[in-house]
Design a protein around this ligand. Structure first.
Ligand code: BDR
Ligand code: CA
Length: 320
């Protein structure tokens, strides 16, 4: 699998990178940085440090993409991940530096020169992917698969009641991307809450491992632990991006999925960035009903994933 990870690296973005690095069937061709969780350049430092701590410093190029969303004023998630996105760990700068090319151009080059070969995990706001599509619309057909972490499955969001963080940060980009015609799988915040919480026994095993990567995992999980304890009454290890990566690199992790018609609200006062997910009508229903929801599906929405299998993959990735 030839993979690009588009990321606003903080917290579990880093675990997703580790999963991809440790999977023998994956060639991680590039990491591209998008606006999102914390300060834009700090996110690049976090990605570079993650590579270094995994022993992959200098092996995967990192490109800077769009430092701000299309229309919305930038928002961040420092209150969840800490100012640096890594629970204020104060990690040193990695030796590897970002590449000079722009991430959007690199995405286009890689996809267009390898049609049907490249897959992207988009685990940040969708600004980079939307910009790449607007600049070179043919990437929608040339890309093998787009795995998006974003939105909800008509359910409670994590940023507003109606919206999930990645879609909330750049709703216009999300709307462009889901309507662009990519072969697309959507991993929602709803899925995170049902299948992407690391079980306590798995967390205990990670605590007992005492490897460089298990210590890294636990260090950068501290701020999310504190914040989830305030909200949910106990610390949670939430894995939106890492679960998405697990599904991409081992599709057997997906236990249930449905082809749906997905769109993104960009106008609503209370519902801006809401992702509308409609299970398609049967052909007989579609004959009768000509409304928008009779359009063909544009995304496969993951409904249930194998949490135990995911936990085993994560634990294996944290070994020395
Ligand atoms: C998503 O938002 C970010 O804070 C996480 O990295 C993840 O990509 C979850 O809503
Ligand atoms: Ca992310």
């Amino acid at each position: 699998m030839r993979l690009i990870i588009d990321t606003d690296t903080a917290g579990d973005d880093a675990f997703s990178i580790l999963l991809a690095l440790k999977a023998p069937q994956v060639t991680l061709e590039a990491i591209t940085i998008c606006n999102g969780n914390v300060d834009f350049l700090q996110q690049a430092e976090n990605a570079l440090y993650t590579l270094e701590v995994a022993g992959a410093g200098g092996k995967v190029p990192v490109y800077l993409g769009c430092p701000r969303p299309m229309l919305r004023k930038p928002v961040d998630a420092t209150e969840f991940f800490g100012e640096d996105g890594m629970s204020d760990a104060g990690f040193p700068k990695a030796r590897q530096r970002p590449e000079p090319d722009h991430a959007v151009d690199r995405i286009i080059d890689l996809v267009m020169s390898n049609p049907g070969e490249i897959e992207i995990i988009a685990q940040a706001p969708l600004t980079n992917i939307a910009a790449a599509y607007v600049k070179e619309p043919r990437i929608a057909q040339a890309l093998k698969h787009l795995w998006v972490m974003g939105g909800t499955d008509n359910a409670l969001g994590n940023t507003t009641p109606a919206s999930e963080f990645n879609f909330y940060c750049d709703p216009e980009a999300a709307k462009i991307v889901v309507n662009a015609g990519f072969a697309l799988t959507l991993s929602t915040w709803t899925l995170t809450m049902t299948s992407g919480l690391l079980p306590d026994p798995a967390l205990r095993r990670i605590e007992a491992m005492d490897t460089a990567l298990s210590r890294f995992f636990l260090r950068i999980s501290q701020a999310p632990f504190k914040r989830t304890a305030m909200r949910y009454g106990r610390p949670l290890s939430t894995h939106p991006d890492s679960l998405t990566c697990a599904c991409a690199i081992d599709p057997s992790v997906m236990l249930e999925a449905a082809d749906c018609l997905v769109d993104v609200e960009t106008q609503g006062e209370l519902t801006r960035a809401y992702s509308s997910v409609c299970t398609p009508l049967t052909p007989a229903e579609a004959e009768i009903d000509k409304l928008w929801y009779a359009d063909p599906p544009n995304a496969r929405v993951i409904r249930r994933a194998d949490t135990d299998r995911f936990a085993e993959m994560l634990i294996a990735a944290l070994a020395d």
